[in-house]
Ligand binder design. Structure first.
Ligand code: PLP
Length: 240
């Protein structure tokens, strides 16, 4: 049973690896310019362990309640933990204990809370600003992410905060509105915003974009990190 699961994960991982390699080749990029972050949400710590055995070094979760226990159970593996979900300030203290990279920094209040928590933990946490490419559209209300026009101000806040490191930008391709069905255009827009950011924060060169269904578009646009769940672990059961 366990062995069957490991074999399934190995096959899926190999297929994703092949897609990333092909996308890099098509874009004239070196394979090592793109880091695979496997999103393990809804799947057990035993899968994280299998993935580590298969060479995965970066894993991601989107809910603290689930991530905290899994990170603890697999602490011996030395994995890099990425937090990719909307983050409430009351969860920040827990997240700061295990997250190496937070992809969903989207407001100054969160920056202050995360900074205080990182200092308390004696850790440095990498931060990506989550950009809402559709922030000015009605359907985007309340989904998180900073508007492109506010990226500079938020970046300055992270750069000035103790315990935090400004690493770059993240986005999720909008499902509705101007960018609906146009992932490549969405990711190219994120790259433009990244260029602007790097003019004042040159070290903030990480670009997290692309999931199971659109990682090729993200690699073509220039993403440095792709976040892949379903294609590695399988279709998730619907959340209760
Ligand atoms: C779940 C999730 C992913 C992975 O999505 P898949 O379609 O399963 O690959 C990527 N990014 C974020 C923010 C997620 O919540």
């Amino acid at each position: 049973m366990t062995d069957a699961r490991e074999a399934e994960l190995a096959g899926n991982l190999a297929a994703v690896e092949e897609r990333i390699a092909a996308a890099c080749a098509a874009a004239g990029r070196a394979r090592d310019e793109v880091t695979l972050v496997v999103v393990t949400k809804t799947y057990p710590a035993s899968d994280v362990r299998h993935l580590a055995g298969l060479g995965v070094r970066h894993v991601a979760e989107n809910r603290d309640q689930e991530a905290a226990g899994k990170a603890k159970e697999t602490a011996d593996l030395g994995l890099a933990w990425h937090f990719v979900g909307q983050l409430q300030t009351n969860k920040v203290r827990s997240v700061a204990a295990y997250a190496d990279e937070v992809h969903s920094v989207d407001r100054v209040r969160l920056v202050h809370a995360l900074s205080a928590a990182a200092v308390r933990e004696g850790r440095e946490i990498g931060c990506l600003l989550q950009v809402a490419l559709d922030a000015d559209e009605e359907h985007a209300r309340g989904r998180g992410g900073v508007a492109p026009a506010q990226v500079g101000e938020l970046a300055d806040a992270v750069a000035a905060a103790d315990g935090l490191r400004l690493d770059g930008l993240m986005t999720v391709a909008p499902l509705a509105g101007h960018y609906a069905g146009r992932q490549r255009a969405a990711f190219e827009r994120l790259m433009e915003i990244s260029s602007g950011l790097r003019a004042t924060h040159p070290a903030a060169n990480m670009v997290s974009a692309g999931m199971s269904s659109d990682l090729e578009d993200a690699v073509a646009a220039g993403a440095t990190h792709v976040r892949v769940g379903t294609a590695v672990l399988g279709v998730r059961p619907k959340l209760r």
